[in-house]
Design a protein around this ligand. Structure first.
Ligand SMILES: Cc1ncc(COP(=O)(O)O)c(C=O)c1O
Length: 414
């Protein structure tokens, strides 16, 4: 019999195999300094485009003050225990009421992390008789939640309504046999490519196929819709989303997440969602901090306006300079280039060291082999000078990529 770890030592996985060349720089880099549009890496200042705090709240002085006061008043432990047992407070309830109201749902339930919450909510919402239909490009938290499902599941081609309906028809056939129902899952905004989920088209099929809709709006919350209530508000279908989800890890610049739905559904989640029943509740400092952030999102529309001013300038500039930014219709700004992983590393090194730009680099297996995605997340904390410098830098690295310069440099990596 083999030692279980034999494989782990030999095969570190599609990303892990690059650890020796990449660790500490391309992966697990250490950004230093206060969270802002300019931070430091290896002592050098860079323009940061990879932090998802869309509205610039992470380091806002009013937010810092409330965070510090809450930590001072309660410590970082309070309350101890799961919500159900001993970890419940009136402030958790207040935050739930305010989140529900903000996204126009009857009720809400807090979770400690979006990822775990989503996995657990999917697990709680379906039984083995139910059928799940979900977008192929879904975030890992959705994929992993679906993995727990013991019944049938079907994926549809990303944002493709023909494929969606075809899979709904298959789902209806199965659900009729088992006596179960259908859960459809989409994202409000697909965070890699920046495309909104086709929520309007999806809900148009609700009557015909009688399904319930769960939407992960991690990137839409705070950035889309008139009030910032997200992709559902933007597309005029918020009421048709049966279970709405957003994390606090993006626009809210914190930790935690919530689900919004009708009272009965939320009460069901409170009593059946294992990630909350068997885990400590969100610390008070996060709850108080989230109340402050939500208040700012509600009362300071200028934050979202500034975010969009920067987003529009960045996307327009990139397009005018011939970059392929895919079909984004949100703040997430992907720049698609062609090359292999070593080339991508050489290019990002040049971007950081010589152009002083820090952005996320996404490669296979997250996107198809041979593609490089540089993903930019504009925020309200950026300015137009950051945008201009970035477009100049991107034009320069694209030229070198096309001339094969990074290929030559990267030959020494392998
Ligand atoms: C679409 C989506 N869903 C869920 C999550 C997970 O949220 P959290 O960071 O709160 O675990 C993320 C964050 O990366 C996300 O982008």
């Amino acid at each position: 019999m083999k030692d279980l770890f034999e494989r782990i030592v030999k095969d570190k996985g599609p990303l892990g195999k690059w650890a020796k060349q990449a660790e500490g720089y391309y992966v697990f880099p250490k950004l230093e300094g206060e969270i802002s549009n300019h931070m430091k890496i290896n002592g050098k200042e860079v323009i940061t485009w990879s932090i998802n705090y869309y509205l610039g709240l992470a380091n806002h002085p009013d937010v810092r003050k409330v965070d510090a006061a809450a930590a001072e008043d309660y410590g970082m432990a309070y309350p101890m225990g799961a919500r159900m047992m001993s970890g419940h407070t009136k402030y958790h309830e207040q935050l739930e009421r305010e989140c529900a109201e903000f996204v126009n749902k009857e009720s809400a339930y807090l979770v400690n992390f979006g990822y775990q919450g989503m996995v657990s909510a999917i697990d709680a919402l379906v039984t083995k008789n139910d059928v799940i239909v979900y977008d192929m490009d879904s975030h890992a938290c959705i994929i992993d939640g679906v993995r727990l499902h013991q019944g049938k599941r079907f994926t549809f081609v990303h944002n493709n309504m023909e494929s969606f309906e075809k899979n709904l028809i298959r789902a209806v056939r199965i659900a009729n046999e088992t006596g179960g129902g259908i859960l459809v899952i989409s994202e409000g905004v697909f965070g890699m490519r920046g495309e909104q989920g086709k929520l309007k088209e999806i809900v148009a099929l609700k009557k015909k196929y009688n399904f319930r809709l769960l939407v992960d709006d991690a990137h839409g919350f705070g950035t889309l819709g008139k009030t910032g209530a997200g992709a559902g508000e933007e597309q005029g279908v918020q009421d048709e989303i049966d279970v709405y989800f957003a994390t606090f890890a993006k626009s809210m610049a914190g930790i935690g997440a919530f689900f919004g739905a009708d009272k009965d559904v939320i009460q069901y989640l409170q009593y059946n969602m294992r990630s909350q029943m068997f885990a400590k509740s969100l610390p008070m400092a996060m709850v108080k901090g989230a109340l402050k952030r939500l208040d700012m999102i509600r009362t300071m529309p200028e934050l979202k306006d500034k975010l969009w001013e920067n987003t529009n300038a960045l996307q327009k500039g990139l397009k005018e300079n011939g970059f392929n930014i895919g079909n984004t219709n949100t703040c997430v700004t992907p720049v698609f280039l062609e090359g292999d992983i070593p080339e991508a590393m050489a290019m990002v090194n040049d971007l950081r060291e010589n152009h002083r730009i820090f952005c996320s680099i996404v490669v296979y297996p997250v996107i198809p082999k041979g593609m490089i995605l540089l993903r930019l997340i504009p925020t309200a904390a950026h300015n137009l000078d950051d945008v201009d410098k970035t477009i100049v830098a991107f034009s320069s690295i694209r030229e070198k990529l096309e001339k094969g310069i990074y290929k030559r440099i990267s030959a020494s990596f392998v």
